[in-house]
Design a protein around this ligand. Structure first.
Ligand SMILES: NC(=O)c1ccc[n+]([C@@H]2O[C@H](COP(=O)([O-])OP(=O)(O)OC[C@H]3O[C@@H](n4cnc5c(N)ncnc54)[C@H](O)[C@@H]3O)[C@@H](O)[C@H]2O)c1
Length: 257
């Protein structure tokens, strides 16, 4: 599915990123694994980078070769971490890496952003989403104060804004055939699942009762791999829920279906 392609996978040291890097390699891709932590089992070439740090991203971009066919933006921090750190890694760093890397992407390349079911209600945060369009590393603390983003809200907002940003860039690089899409998992059994359950409390317990089971990284990686492949070339700016039906369940409840 990815034969001959070179793909960059961030967050490749753990969970969904590790599963995606392994699956992409299995499907014939040359994988460049990126993470702030060292993977236990490295897939392809490993480049260490801290996506909360602009200078580290600049070094990463300088080190990566031209002719990249895919970028899977999977690195992320959970809602239990400091609000400014979460927003920096999950949104600001991700967007900066992506835009800096575009000149090194091949024509026809695919960008896949790991969002979340937590971003479902993005349409209710439009003012903050618009304001986040110009958000830079230095402005994150002030941005959080201005919009009252504290605690776990930062995680939710980072994913809402990421889904919106993905849609906004449906055609930005269309002339070069470069497309961007998002994948939104429900609860997935990775090292950060307990953080979600702790943060969401009773709501998470209710969600887990409603679901037949939590997802696994192997439920998510094939969808990311498909979006990186040529088979998805006419899918642009979309958000694909991969959540055992939770997204539809919530929409049916909201709309009384
Ligand atoms: N697990 C879930 O329930 C779930 C649900 C929806 C969305 N997601 C999203 O999926 C993505 C992957 O999460 P996961 O569940 O595999 O978690 P994980 O903790 O297993 O993996 C996240 C990876 O990101 C890396 N990372 C964190 N900060 C970084 C930084 N500053 N620079 C570089 N790398 C950094 C970590 O080292 C880790 O390897 C995240 O964006 C997360 O928000 C997860």
């Amino acid at each position: 599915m990815l034969q001959g392609k070179t793909v960059v996978v961030t967050g490749a040291a753990s969970g969904i990123g590790a599963a995606t890097a392994a699956l992409a390699a299995e499907h014939g891709a040359r994988v460049i694994s990126v993470d702030v932590n060292t993977p236990q089992r490295s897939v392809g070439r490993f480049v260490r980078a801290d996506l909360s740090d602009k200078a580290s991203i600049d070094r990463l971009v300088a080190e990566l070769p031209p002719g990249l066919d895919g970028l899977a933006n999977i690195a992320g921090l959970p809602p239990t971490r400091a609000a400014a750190s979460v927003l920096t890694v999950n949104l600001v760093g991700l967007k900066y890496l992506t835009t800096q890397l575009v000149p090194k992407l091949s024509d026809g390349a695919s960008i896949v952003n790991l969002a979340s079911l937590a971003g479902l209600e993005w349409a209710q945060s439009l003012d903050a989403i618009r304001a986040s369009e110009s958000l830079d590393f230095d402005g994150v603390e002030a941005f959080c104060s201005r919009f009252g983003i504290e605690g776990a809200r930062s995680y939710f907002f980072s994913k809402e804004a990421l889904i919106a940003w993905t849609m906004q860039h449906r055609w930005t690089w269309r002339a070069r055939g470069i497309r961007m899409n998002a994948v939104s998992p429900g609860p997935v059994d990775t090292p950060i699942l307990p953080d979600f359950i702790q943060t969401l409390g009773a709501r998470a317990e209710e969600d887990m009762r409603t679901m037949d089971r939590p997802g696994t990284p192997d439920d998510i990686a094939p969808v990311v791999a498909f979006l990186l492949s040529n088979g998805s070339r006419w899918i642009r700016g979309t958000n694909v829920p991969v959540d055992g039906g939770m997204h539809s369940n919530i929409l049916c409840q909201i709309h009384g279906l």
